[in-house]
Write a protein that binds this ligand. Structure first.
Ligand code: AFP
Length: 331
């Protein structure tokens, strides 16, 4: 028999966001709408991802995205789905997507809101054909322009000004991980009822770890200090727990998710070919740095905190060292 005092384990994403808002006097419910819209878009993307091996959707289109990567059809689907799901909600003034060169404005017949949404619709898409975990990443800023259409200033804000960020993993299960300033929470989709249920409450990253994650194929292009650092991690030393294990999926969102849960470090340094590395500050590094910092970890570009970088363009890149506090400090 159900005891009235028994606490409910069925914390859905919507319920948690709602309860979080209710504890803030003056909350308008806009955040619930935004996160709910994103979770709905993610379910549609997930539906296509799970069908990817069945339907003829894996072919590549014959163009490159703004960052020069091959665009696959699923990227386009995810890009459009997120935009269409979020354009009419009334809480956004502008969006920016990794797949598009310019800002994405809210159609004029919809109301303009107080927030700006930045997203990477499908991170790790080169892994789709191999059935490897991929994901979507999002970042939300409060607008700084006063009214009307959103502007570049609304989007080009340093990461520490994000009011929420998160990612969705399309893997062996589907997860929605987000932070709106108060803890990092992970929800797993129960496909039988179509709901995200709280599975990872208040995630904390271990302060140390023994896994490093980096594309070591690039070692010849790294600076000597980066080469020495990775050599150091591979040396035998009982006291400091070396050698570390190496894990690299090649889907940033999946590599960072593992790092968040198990501890360790993910690195994408600059190299002779790309001095600022490959990853994009606005779409990848800022939201993931926000999540990891709120879970007790750290994120740096090797010179400064990722979240302190003042962006100057939508698609700018930055090196990334993210993970356990002690590991990022050592790196
Ligand atoms: P997209 O698939 O969104 O273009 O991003 C891929 C990615 O930026 C990131 O997900 C990977 O970790 C990284 O590239 C892998 O790059 P390397 O092949 O250089 O290791």
């Amino acid at each position: 028999m159900v005891q009235p005092t028994q606490s409910s384990k069925f914390m859905t994403l919507v319920r948690q966001i709602h309860e979080g808002e209710q504890s803030h006097p003056g909350a308008t419910g806009e955040f619930s709408d935004l996160l709910h819209g994103l979770s709905l878009a993610a379910k549609l993307v997930w539906r296509e991802v799970t069908k990817a091996g069945l339907v003829n959707i894996l072919g590549k289109t014959d163009r490159l995205n703004i960052s020069g990567d091959e665009v696959k059809k699923l990227d386009e689907f995810a890009d459009e789905t997120i935009f269409k799901m979020m354009d009419h909600v009334g809480h956004l003034c502008v969006m920016a997507s990794e797949e598009n060169e310019d800002l994405l404005h809210i159609p004029e017949h919809y109301p303009q809101g107080r927030y700006a949404l930045i997203y990477d619709p499908l991170d790790g898409s080169s892994n789709i054909d191999a059935n490897v975990t991929i994901g979507s990443i999002f970042s939300i800023h409060r607008r700084v322009s006063r009214e009307g259409k959103g502007t570049m200033d609304d989007v080009l804000q340093p990461g520490h000004k994000q009011v929420a960020a998160g990612y969705i993993l399309y893997g062996s299960s589907m997860m929605f991980v987000y932070c709106a300033g108060h803890g990092v929470h992970g929800f797993t989709l129960d496909p039988t009822v179509g709901e995200f249920l709280l599975s990872h409450e208040n995630i904390r990253i271990p302060p140390r770890g023994s896994i490093y994650s980096v594309n070591e194929g690039n070692i010849g292009r790294w600076k000597p200090e980066m080469q020495r650092y990775v050599q150091y991690l591979k040396q035998e030393d009982k006291e400091t727990g070396r050698p570390y294990s190496s894990r690299y999926i090649g889907s940033l969102v999946a590599d960072v998710h593992r790092t968040l849960l198990y501890g360790g470090i993910y690195c994408y340094p600059g190299d002779t070919r790309s001095p600022e590395g490959k990853l994009r500050l606005m779409y990848e590094n800022n939201p993931l740095a926000y999540i990891v910092e709120h879970a007790g970890g750290a994120a740096s570009d090797g010179r400064q905190r990722i979240l302190d970088i003042q962006p100057d363009s939508l698609h700018q890149r930055s090196p990334l060292f993210v993970g356990s506090v002690e590991e990022v400090r050592l790196a």
